[in-house]
Write a protein of this length. Sequence first.
Length: 385
Amino acid sequence: MKANEQFHRDTWVDVNLDAIRHNIQQVSQLIGPEVAVMAVVKANAYGHGYVQVANTALSSGATHLAVAFIDEALFLRKQGILAPVVVLGASRPADAELAAEHNIQLTIYSKEWVLEAKDYLTRGSNLRVHLKCDTGMGRLGIKTAQELKEIERVIAGTAVISIEGIYTHFATADELDKSYTDHQMETFSSLVAELNEKPPLVHASNSAASLQRKDSLFTIIRFGISMYGLSPSDEIAHRLPVELIPALSLHTTIVQIKKLQRGEKISYGATYEASGEEWIGTLPIGYADGWIRKMQGFEVLVDGLRVPIVGRICMDQCMIKLPAAYPQGTKVTLIGRQGDSEIKIDEVAAYLDTIHYEVTCAISARVPRVYWKDGRSISVLNTLI
Ligand SMILES: *Cc1c(COP(=O)(O)O)cnc(C)c1O
């Protein structure tokens, strides 16, 4: 079936799987063969699609996957993905057996959790856990050597839980000033040294640290945003030692074109008024697709030209002002390239006063994702069918 027969509204995301492969290969080369890659695919793979990204990452050399919650890990299992999956967020002790059954590794950070969870685990189960250390992020984690040693001792006393990893998360690795990360590194290293037995996996680096600090790699990196081809921040974008290729672009088409006369108005609130004869195109994308109302006044690409979004953005549609009468069906690019022009996710993020992580995550499930490999579209994710 052709891509456009699998959805019936001409708004879609293109995901370039070759870019994801390229980005993983780039980081793998940089970190060397001794360090493994955990591909972070939480939040629908940052909006790119869980399954296609997970499979591409695994076939490109990643050995582990990471998600935020058990339900995401179960979804990957349901889709036939067998690779180790690590849940980075909090889980309920009552779900310990469910996780063990599906070979899902959990993050833990308190003795109480272990004591409660072990009663849910049946004999013969083995729940693999990662001990999360809070070294300065202030989110989840064990803070003291004493707590850590107690957790290790309690786990050693059960036959149903084993320590697969120990890790921490950096708060400022995407900034040029390295002092806070240095401090987190020291704290983490001293906590790791307190364990009687070193677990198979020791990890600290997100994308920013993976690309910049050889000393923070340990046994595996947690590679998220840069797998999708994006710099962890603007601040370090010009200093990255690898070439990243963005995987995602967002497109739609003009579904109606009309000529306005001076004084005629556009959209809710009638806030936009034509100042003369104007060509206006209607696009089938709106805030329910993640193209939020604050995008009013921003630009899109038509025929390689930047044109403005005029009037309020509606739930399912918005309007653009065109320099000429482009035909219905003309392709419009909201994120990505057209000819020599490009609208980068960074630019959208800057307009919204946010980070690009939020922009890709916000593109809603209603927008179909079309997957490209070797220059051909190979599959479509449409959650509505
Ligand atoms: C999301 C997340 C990552 C990935 O971070 P990137 O900046 O996207 O590479 C790594 N570790 C943890 C704990 C996370 O929550």
